[in-house]
Design a protein around this ligand. Sequence first.
Ligand code: PMP
Length: 366
Amino acid sequence: MNAPIPKPWIMDIAPYVPGKSKTDDGRTVAKLSSNENPLGTAPLARAAFEAGRASLDRYPDAGAAKLREAIAARHGLDPARVIYGTGSDEVLHLAAGAFAGPGDEVIFVRYGFAVYEIATRRVGATPVIAPDKDYATDVDAILSLVSDRTRLVFVANPNNPTGTFAAREDIARLHAGLPRTVLLVLDQAYAEYLTPDEDDHGLEMAREAANVLVTRTFSKIYGLAAERIGWGYASAGIIDAMHRIRAPFNVTTAGQQAAIAALAAEDFVTASREHNARWRGWFADQIDKLGNAGLRAVPSKANFVLVLFEGPVSAEEAYKALMEKGYIVRWLPGQGLPHGLRVSIGTAEETQGVLAAIREIVGAAG
Ligand code: PMP
């Protein structure tokens, strides 16, 4: 039978697998699978969202002028060089779409964010996978893979799903080692979870350099995942190219208004960061105490911890048993991590509960 034939590179894409929000038998349980903010959304942002829903019949501001101005004011940037997307996912796709195509290579790390591979293959470019250094980004491995065909390098910092962080010096070295024709996409979806002294200076690099794009999101610390708003910052030339392929009205009116209010809700952001640091530290310490059961926590600077199961109980067994006990975490066999579970930091109760459940599953005494 004749039928339209998808491009061969499209059929090479493994579909994105989102975090589950219900158990396989339909129960709603603690969702620690998508790195969302357990404290919810700042009240001011929610109020702005409600107000923004009033004008349903009108298109949103296609230029997102007020949102760009608010982002620029918050970070000391030029509003003309801010691009926005339906989640930072869209901004990542725009980068690949504008700068790579068939015959080109795009480099990212082995245990990286799944969208990099999708965005790369979608445009017919070839993924080039850099090995890790005990799960962390290895800048030298990335640099050694650069060829005449390299057009883009995607690096998430902190990285998902490992939570690992490359220090400012490493990011600077990566940039210094790349040809100026290669776009370095520094994905900072979790940057707000860092303390100011940990900042990797990505935005400073994007301000100065002609080949750096920094991406950020309102889905994580700002608690607006449902509205799908991300943004990026780069040189005027890069932003201009990306705008040409952006969907015209890609960020909703209510979303733009909520995001502007979320930027102003600094106390909420600080409380979210502090909650995360406290419970992430506690959770990782407790996991490391289960070392004799073969568990270990990969050091994380994000709002989740990758737990490795290297003992008698497998990550798959633990994943299923946790689901039974009411906790959905992320098992990532499709990303080369059949031995790991990524656990988002939840409320205090959820974090203590998931740890107690893990202890029971691996048979820890006490
Ligand atoms: N980058 C990384 C590293 C992420 O983990 C995520 C969320 N899973 C995103 C980008 C995309 O987030 P959003 O599209 O919600 O902005």
